[in-house]
Ligand binder design. Structure first.
Ligand SMILES: NC(=O)c1ccc[n+]([C@@H]2O[C@H](COP(=O)([O-])OP(=O)(O)OC[C@H]3O[C@@H](n4cnc5c(N)ncnc54)[C@H](OP(=O)(O)O)[C@@H]3O)[C@@H](O)[C@H]2O)c1
Length: 289
């Protein structure tokens, strides 16, 4: 069992840290809004720290799951940051969806201090985090990955080392690009079926057993048809992720015509006040012009 720390107890981090504790690890948590950390300790036990530095002191493995690149630099660097508290020989695993650039930057800064850094964004959503069945795509070195993998397993069903620092984030970008076009296609199909007067539960049941099946269809088609969007993976996060993909595409020359179009649709959802709605809310634009 390891001594670990978890920084960032949001929708994802809160249950992920809970699975580490349930897995028998000694867990210290930090959250910017302290009440959330207090609630976590009350629910799970473990210890509460006042700063990221304090949380990771003495930890063999430190985890984080915050919002974006800037948030990440905020909790890792500086006098009260994760790197100020971690000792040489420890491992730092970041589960935030961020750029490959910041992943490589933190890897290099960590190396100078003898800290092994692994970028480890996740897929599987809030339900995946709560049920401890996330897919984790990692970038970094093999030896620390092998050491950390059994610990990451506490909140994952699949953990894969994709390559050097940044490779986890690049894989997550592929994931988000695949999802963007798919969700729009699903929304168009569901809206068409409703307009055609079909029984959409029956439609989803039958085509969900054929070539149109997808995670999005299994988990989102039904709520899309009911116009329910107040849950899940926030549109604001998706737009942040699309921005990361577009920046990276400028470097590697990949064309993203459909992702760029869907990103504009998500901007329209934001204009309707849907910032925290689930990404399936593309349906809202079709249902309610
Ligand atoms: N939600 C999903 O379905 C999902 C799925 C896959 C990946 N992700 C990714 O996972 C990450 C977290 O998502 P989430 O849904 O858990 O977000 P969230 O509920 O908004 O939680 C964000 C967490 O980060 C902390 N935080 C943000 N900025 C900070 C800063 N500058 N300094 C210190 N702490 C800061 C927040 O603290 P406070 O409590 O003080 O605000 C909170 O604990 C994002 O990168 C997201 O893209 C999310």
């Amino acid at each position: 069992m390891a001594k670990v720390a978890f920084i960032g107890l949001g929708v994802m981090g809160y249950p992920m840290a809970g699975h580490l504790k349930a897995g028998g690890h000694e867990v210290t948590v930090y959250n910017r809004t302290k009440t959330k950390a207090g609630a976590w300790v009350e629910q799970h036990g473990g210890a509460l720290a006042e700063t990221p530095r304090q949380a990771v002191e003495g930890a063999e493995i430190a985890f984080s799951c915050v919002g974006n690149d800037d948030d990440l630099r905020g909790v890792v660097l500086g006098r009260e940051g994760i790197f100020a508290g971690l000792s040489a020989g420890s491992i730092y695993i970041d589960n935030t969806t961020a750029s490959a650039t910041v992943a490589r930057e933190l890897y290099s800064v960590g190396k100078e201090q003898g800290i092994d850094v692994i970028d480890a964004p996740v897929s599987g959503g809030q339900a995946g985090a709560e049920n401890g069945v996330l897919t984790v795509m990692c970038g970094g070195d093999e030896a620390p990955f092998a050491k950390a993998q059994p610990v990451i397993d506490c909140y994952a069903k699949a953990v894969t080392l994709m390559g050097p620092a940044g490779a986890g984030q690049l894989t997550k970008m592929v994931n988000q690009i695949c999802i963007a076009g798919l969700v729009q296609g699903l929304a168009e199909g569901m809206n068409f079926g409703l307009k055609a007067g079909l029984d959409m539960e029956k439609v989803i049941d039958v085509i969900g057993k054929g070539a149109a099946q997808s995670w999005q269809m299994d988990n989102r088609a039904s709520t899309m048809c009911k116009g329910e969007f107040e849950f899940g993976f926030a549109v604001d996060w998706m737009r942040k992720d699309m921005g990361i993909c577009f920046d990276e595409a400028k470097n590697n020359g990949a064309r993203l015509p459909v992702a760029a179009l869907v990103d504009q649709f998500y901007a329209q959802v934001q204009n309707r006040g849907g910032n925290r709605w689930d990404t399936s809310s593309l349906m809202h634009l079709l249902m309610k012009d």
